[in-house]
Design a protein around this ligand. Structure first.
Ligand code: URA
Length: 240
């Protein structure tokens, strides 16, 4: 069987799977929100690839990330942090990159910020065990927890795109300035980017503050709660 035939078969199987799952996996349009003050800017980031090679898997992404030396972060890692969560999540939560605890354990968001992230998700009926896959823009720890550089983000992007294509979440929650800027291809601060729904290659995306920022500044909890309610209402609108 040629490659085109294999892709054709895969797409046909995927459609059947969608139909059997009562549309659970199909991408519904982003609902309109009456209280959106202004239209969301069009994202400049490349859309998520619609096709997954037949032989790709989350395990393959994790194995490749573990030996990746595509950028300088590879040389400093103890463990890569490919992400964690169910294979068919409702939401992919995307953070910035691993910190020191994550670098030791290979798991995302395990420190105090992770505990707060779990509480934030739980407040809208989501969890990393059942409904959210937690990933990051870069899979290896930036030294001294500095921001991942643009070339490091770009080098790691194919892993994220493959994960999105495999996971096929119904929505994305970008936590923090770096994931919001990186995914939307803009330079605005998170204070400007939060509070609305973006169309990310056909997927609704909500950006909010990073839980570490909420630990530093209690005053950010209120707007973050508004963002979480926005995510919840868009999931409800999608019937998810
Ligand atoms: N902060 C992040 O952005 N990601 C993690 O995995 C942990 C902390």
């Amino acid at each position: 069987m040629g490659n085109d035939d294999r892709i054709y078969c895969y797409e046909a199987l995927s459609l059947i799977e969608d139909a059997l799952a009562d549309g659970y996996r199909s991408r519904a349009p982003v609902p309109e929100f009456a209280d959106q003050a202004e239209p969301a800017p069009a994202p400049e980031a490349a859309p998520v690839p619609a096709r997954v090679p037949l032989d790709d898997s989350l395990a393959a992404v994790a194995a490749e990330a573990a030996r990746c030396m595509a950028c300088r972060l590879g040389a400093g890692r103890k463990r890569s942090v490919p992400g964690q969560g169910p294979a068919r999540p409702l939401v992919m939560v995307i953070g910035e990159g691993p910190g020191s605890e994550e670098d030791k354990t290979g798991l995302p968001f395990v420190g105090p910020a992770g505990q707060l992230l779990d509480k934030m998700l739980s407040s809208i009926g989501l969890s990393r065990d059942e409904s959210c896959f937690i990933g990051n823009i870069v899979k290896c720890r930036p030294p001294l927890n500095r921001d991942p550089a643009p070339d490091e983000q770009a080098a790691c992007r194919p892993f994220l795109d493959r994960q999105l294509a495999l996971l096929r979440p119904r929505a994305i929650l970008a936590v923090g300035r770096i994931p919001a800027q990186s995914l939307l291809g803009v330079k605005d601060g998170i204070g400007r980017l939060r509070g609305r729904v973006y169309d990310f290659g056909g997927l609704p995306l909500v950006a909010t503050y990073h839980p570490s920022a909420l630990l530093r500044d209690e005053g950010l909890k209120r707007p973050a709660w508004e963002d979480l309610k926005l995510l919840r209402s868009l999931l409800d609108g999608l019937g998810a």
